[in-house]
Design a protein around this ligand. Structure first.
Ligand SMILES: Nc1ncnc2c1ncn2[C@@H]1O[C@H](COP(=O)(O)OP(=O)(O)OP(=O)(O)O)[C@@H](O)[C@H]1O
Length: 291
């Protein structure tokens, strides 16, 4: 299984490119598409799912050009878009039955598959409740269930954890990682912990361009020796933010403990700490911003 993007660009207006010159190759496993708001993640997802056509370049699924032959990807695709609307008066089971029918599954196959998916997404207890009564997290889990109805080879999930509380976010992450074997999963997010534990590779997008595509370990390694923690007076926090990329703050009795990304030790008492993927992400974004 292989998804390849070659020189993919999307122009919205004369000088407005949603993405530009993106080359990317993804194999089986979870891949994170990371970038700040407006970076072009949704644009790229819409091209991959054939909802929208690129202005330049093309996408290939197992070597077949998906702009010329959209069915090559549509037939194997599961998609959870950012704005995922459901039918509030259907129960979870009814909704999944409807999706299964649209996907052309016969009744028997559909029933078995729906049972399996409700259990995978931890919604067995709620299967006969109307979707209007679902919490944000349950809504997203039904979303992932509907995307998996046809057992897709390519699963595309766009910002799935926005608005979820931390516990639901973790639950969603676990569901997703348990579905990742035997398919290509592309998960777009601007929340680094969403992919930290699960992604095989991370593609970092900023202002429509692919900044890097690497495994999380290599990204973190590149930031090694550049992350420091120290306690700053509370009144200095704004100044620290102006000077450094701050990846965390903790209020303390004697000031604010800050975690910063810096090429050199910012103050003599700063302690070097082990970087996380979040630090590495901010470092790449920062370096680009400063370049
Ligand atoms: N239909 C459109 N017409 C014009 N510009 C657009 C259109 N859709 C997106 N853009 C612009 O393209 C850029 C990329 O947008 P996109 O929605 O792909 O980013 P994103 O990374 O998904 O951000 P978000 O997380 O905020 O959705 C932005 O500058 C956006 O304003």
């Amino acid at each position: 299984m292989n998804l390849r993007l070659a020189n993919v660009g999307k122009r919205y207006a004369e000088d407005v490119w949603g993405v530009r010159g993106v080359d990317l190759e993804l194999e089986q496993g979870i891949h994170g598409l990371l970038g700040p708001n407006g970076a072009g993640k949704s644009t790229l997802m819409r091209i991959i799912t054939t909802v929208s056509e690129p202005t330049t370049g093309s996408a290939y699924w197992n070597g077949t050009d998906t702009v010329e032959t959209p069915s090559a990807v549509r037939d194997v695709l599961g998609y959870l878009p950012q704005q995922f609307g459901v039918y509030p008066d259907l129960t979870a089971t009814e909704f999944l039955e409807y999706i299964a029918a649209l996907r052309g599954l016969d009744r028997e196959t559909a029933d078995a598959r729906i049972d399996e998916l409700l259990s995978l997404t931890n919604l067995q207890q709620a299967r006969d409740r109307k979707l209007r009564t679902f919490s944000g997290g349950m809504h997203q889990r039904v979303g992932i269930a509907q995307a998996l109805v046809n057992d897709p080879d390519l699963l595309v999930v766009d910002e799935p954890t926005v608005g979820l509380d931390p516990e639901e976010r973790v639950r969603f992450r676990n569901v997703l990682s348990s579905t990742a074997s035997d398919r290509v999963v592309l998960l777009s997010t601007h929340i680094v912990p969403d992919i930290e534990a699960t992604a095989k590779t991370v593609a970092l997008l900023e202002e429509g361009e692919l900044v890097t595509h690497a495994d999380p370990e290599s990204l973190v390694e590149a930031t090694d020796g550049k992350v420091y923690e120290y306690v700053a007076p509370r009144d200095d926090l704004e100044a620290v933010r102006r000077e450094y990329q701050v990846s965390g703050t903790v209020q303390r009795a004697d000031g604010v403990s800050v975690r910063v990304i810096a090429d050199e030790r910012p103050v003599p008492e700063a302690t070097p700490v082990t970087p996380t993927l979040e630090d590495a992400y901010l470092d790449r974004i920062e370096r680009r911003g400063a370049a």
